[in-house]
Design a binder for this molecule. Sequence first.
Ligand code: EPZ
Length: 415
Amino acid sequence: MKGIKVVGGVPLNGEVKIQGSKNAALPLMAAALLNKGTTILYDCPQIADVFVMEEILRLLGAKTVWNNHTLEINTEFIDKTQVDEEQGRKMRSSIILLGSLLGRFQEGAVPHPGGCVIGKRPIDLHLKALREMGAEISEIQGEIFAKTRGLRGSRIHFPFVSVGATQNAVLASVLAKGDTILEGCSREPEVCTLCRFLKKAGAKIEGIGTSRLMVTGVEKLHDVVFQVPKDRIAAGTYLCASAITRGQCVLLDAPVEEMEAVLLAYKKMGGQYTCNSGKLTLCSFHADKPLDNLQTQVYPGFPTDLQSVFMAALTVARGESRITENIFEDRFKTVPQLQAMGARIEMEGNTARILPGELTGTEVIASELRGGAALLVAGLAAKGETYVKNCSYIERGYEDICRDLCMLGAQIYRD
Ligand code: EPZ
């Protein structure tokens, strides 16, 4: 069981390069399926979820080659349309392969992603959109089988925002016959990045960045070279590491244009920052103020993926904070672990009340990706040593969190 030891009480001071974005890279790899040819992704993060997606593509018949952080995917000889069950179950985002498989091959099968520790995470919106575009979908023993005589352009309205369902519908629409109007779309940066990638590959998409996307189906896409954007969640994680230790850090290439709500929260905590020529300089000497009403929202609101790490930082603020989780129904699994470190957190439905307190190092267990990162952030400010178990969860989304936090001066050691 991989673990990480953190020695607390060291104000971070240093600079770190921000990795490529996990949540941008995965849909781009799924989109590569739509082009019978070669896709090259620069600055692709070398993380577990990307390796799983790579293995899924290889098992379908794609060829992949890494050259440092450049990933080349050749899908010319793909001869399968059923996603490997073992690999597909490792990662929920395998569901968006359905849109690409239907678009290119008019059929596809993926394992039902099931729920996970942060919530049930149903896929009803994904399947509704694909059916409206002409897919026949059946679920047999935990597998989802889809086929179509040809996807057709449709008008689809999402009753509420879903990043993945928006991405799945966009992937299915780019090669469909006719025009597709998608309303109620997610405006997350990772949706915009996918649309920009597809346009660069020859797709016709208008309305990028808005909740209404208009796609005109094309015959085929062509080879594309694309730069994976930087990871706003990794940057927000390291911002909290700076805040909780009252340190002074520089995040190189942080995607500040996608971090408005995060930087606003940091500023309300008393953090000070400047950003120029790709350097986000954080001064957290006074970042000890509570946040009386932090609400997670869809983009451009405060991201749910940073809820846990901000909670960790607020456990040592000088006053009472409240965080409300509005996106997932069960994303407070890390609270008991933070309480084991001495955090004073009281739950009131989907709101966590965080009272001022101190943290003491102890052994804690990660149960999911962002909660695991939050435990490491808490360990940075705890008295003594904290040992975080099950760190393989963290490796799903962070290329090397120990390397990065060491660059910022943390005393942190992997087993
Ligand atoms: C993406 O997940 C991200 N994952 C998540 O990041 C992120 O937390 C989430 O968006 C919200 O921003 C990737 O991009 C790979 P949703 P996704 O569909 O697309 C409900 C991380 O830590 N819903 O926007 O699965 C769902 O249950 C991960 O990097 C339905 O009810 O999220 C949730 O409550 C965690 N039916 C809400 O919508 C559906 O068909 C938002 O989910 C789909 C979703």
